[in-house]
Design a protein around this ligand. Structure first.
Ligand SMILES: [Zn+2]
Length: 427
């Protein structure tokens, strides 16, 4: 009997291995068996001969990409206010826009734009911030579930330093709203998982952090937040939580930094020093490196080469709307570019990223947060993209790896012609 998610894709295949090297197979076959990758082959092995084959011709076939950090409600104003610094940008653009999601009708109007672009992008998995509004967050989760993408989604918590109409009344009210949201989504989805989302320390009182840690212990849910993004933010956290040894410790003190079994995602870590990085490593934290956002809101350059050298978990984030685009290809190229500037301008002992590193970060590095995801090694969940790069003219014949690099830098000339998540076809 033919199983539902069994098939073969044919094309020019490239993927990252766990040691961050790339493997390529021109005119190869990648096999999906019940949603799981059975491997990459130069011909179809006997046992898969009856599986249907989709021939993508000369297209590239790459693993799906993971956006480890994105704000769905901010999609509406992406590319605006990009001449401001973080805290001014939050006050001028982010908070007023997020306040609008208090009206469910606004969320129903706005979220489909975000979800549809994400569905037709290179992203197959994402860690998503919603707003502090429970109903609107359920709406976003319903739409993400219907899209076929796999995601973690968080109702944001904030009980201090919010904007007009964008602050919960008290720590108790914020925690109660989180419990209401969690009971509304309990058992509702196959591909969408709630994640606790204290916005960042400046917006969450000690009491709120304590209450959320209680929710975490009861539910076993993961946590996502922001960490050491910007010097003025870090100075503020020092005043707000003076007993913390570093910003990361301001989460750890309240049991909100996760553990290797229940890892947290922390976005940015631009200014994390060795002590903070050691703390993240001990907790098994995933760092979402968001190079475009770090440039746009004048945060700085995260030492991503150092994260990798220390063996930390790292993936890439678009951080829309600190980032202007959901494109993970753009995140890849910018990750290489900013790492070169870090090496040139900040510390020439930290080696810049190679293209292979950046490809790894966008696929397997972030994919790991979701389990065995982000590669075509046997046993990985089958997330795949077929990309037609035939409009990118070339005088000489390029290797598959060279074509993948050019695809990232010339993404506007490339077209997504196929997309699979857990073996299900989305595009
Ligand atoms: Zn963010």
């Amino acid at each position: 009997m033919q199983r539902k998610d069994c098939f073969v894709l044919k094309g020019n295949i490239i993927y990252a291995r766990e040691d961050r090297t790339l493997a390529e197979q021109s005119e190869g076959y990648v096999v999906c068996e019940d949603g799981i990758c059975a491997g990459v082959f130069d011909g179809i092995p006997e046992q898969y001969k009856n599986f249907p084959v989709t021939d993508y011709g000369d297209a590239l076939i790459v693993p799906g990409m993971t956006d480890l950090h994105v704000h769905a409600p901010q999609y509406t104003f992406r590319g605006l206010g990009m001449d401001l610094e973080l805290l001014d940008w939050l006050a001028a653009h982010t908070f007023p826009e997020e306040a609008r999601y208090g009206e469910l009708s606004y969320a129903k109007q706005a979220y489909p734009y975000f979800v549809e672009e994400l569905r037709t992008s290179c992203t197959t998995r994402a860690c998503v911030f919603a707003t502090l509004h429970g109903e609107a967050t359920v709406e976003l989760m319903d739409e993400l579930e219907a899209s076929g993408l796999v995601s973690y989604v968080g109702k944001v918590n904030m009980d201090r330093n919010g904007g007009v109409n964008l602050c919960e009344e008290s720590a108790e009210a914020s925690a109660a709203a989180t419990r209401d949201w969690l009971s509304a989504v309990k058992g509702r989805y196959a591909h969408t998982t709630p994640i606790l989302t204290p916005r960042f320390t400046p917006c969450c009182s000690d009491e709120l952090m304590r209450l959320l840690a209680g929710v975490q212990r009861e539910t076993g849910l993961r946590v996502q937040s922001h960490l050491s993004e910007n010097p003025s933010e870090i100075a503020w956290v020092k005043e707000l939580v003076p007993e913390a040894s570093c910003y990361g410790d301001a989460y750890a003190l309240f049991d909100m930094l996760g553990s290797p079994d229940t890892p947290a995602v922390m976005a940015h870590c631009v200014y994390s020093d060795d002590a903070e990085l050691a703390l993240l490593k001990a907790h098994g934290t995933y760092i979402a490196h968001c190079p475009e956002s770090n440039l746009n809101v004048s945060s700085g350059i995260a030492p991503v080469g150092k994260f990798l050298a220390k063996g930390l978990h790292v993936g890439l984030g678009s951080d829309v709307a600190g980032g202007s685009t959901l494109s993970m290809l753009r995140a890849m190229t910018l990750a290489v570019q900013v790492s070169k500037m870090y090496w040139r301008l900040v510390d020439n002992t930290v080696r810049p990223l190679t293209f292979a590193d950046a490809f790894y970060l966008a696929t397997l590095g972030g994919g790991r947060y979701f389990g065995k995801v982000g590669s075509f090694l046997p046993g990985y969940e089958f997330d795949a993209l077929a990309v037609d790069d035939s409009s990118v003219k070339s005088m000489r014949r390029l290797s598959v790896t060279e074509r993948a690099e050019r695809m990232a830098y010339q993404e506007c000339a490339c077209r997504l012609v196929g997309k699979y998540v857990r073996g299900r076809k989305l595009v």
